[in-house]
Design a protein. Structure first.
Length: 109
């Protein structure tokens, strides 16, 4: 069961080897406000600190960041498109410097 849980949620999951006990603890845990705050905090940290490291295509990196923002929106913490774009641009290495300059000089309509 733990293998199917997202990596960013695993640290906050209860530690037990009994499946029934694990499910009971998850049910109790999922009904608390602390869970939502913890998960949103983890997602926010991941979104704001994520860096593109060439280990995956850039498309996958951007999609991953958009998915983090969508998860946060589903938990009541909306990330606007402008903030998401800025987070993505900030996550790019220096090789994308010209792209960053070009984006920053575009005037919004």
């Amino acid at each position: 069961m733990k293998m199917s849980i997202s990596d960013n949620v695993k640290p906050s999951m209860p530690k037990t080897n009994n499946a029934r006990e694990f499910m009971r603890m998850i049910k109790e845990y999922s009904q608390s406000d602390i869970t939502d705050k913890s998960v949103v905090g983890n997602l926010m940290t991941e979104l704001t600190t994520k860096k593109f490291d060439w280990s995956q295509p850039i498309h996958d990196h951007v999609t991953s960041m958009a998915n983090l923002a969508a998860k946060m929106k589903g938990m009541g913490m909306e990330v606007t498109e402008a903030f998401l774009v800025q987070f993505i641009i900030n996550s790019l290495p220096v090789e994308f410097g010209q792209f960053q300059v070009n984006y920053n000089t575009i005037k919004e309509k």
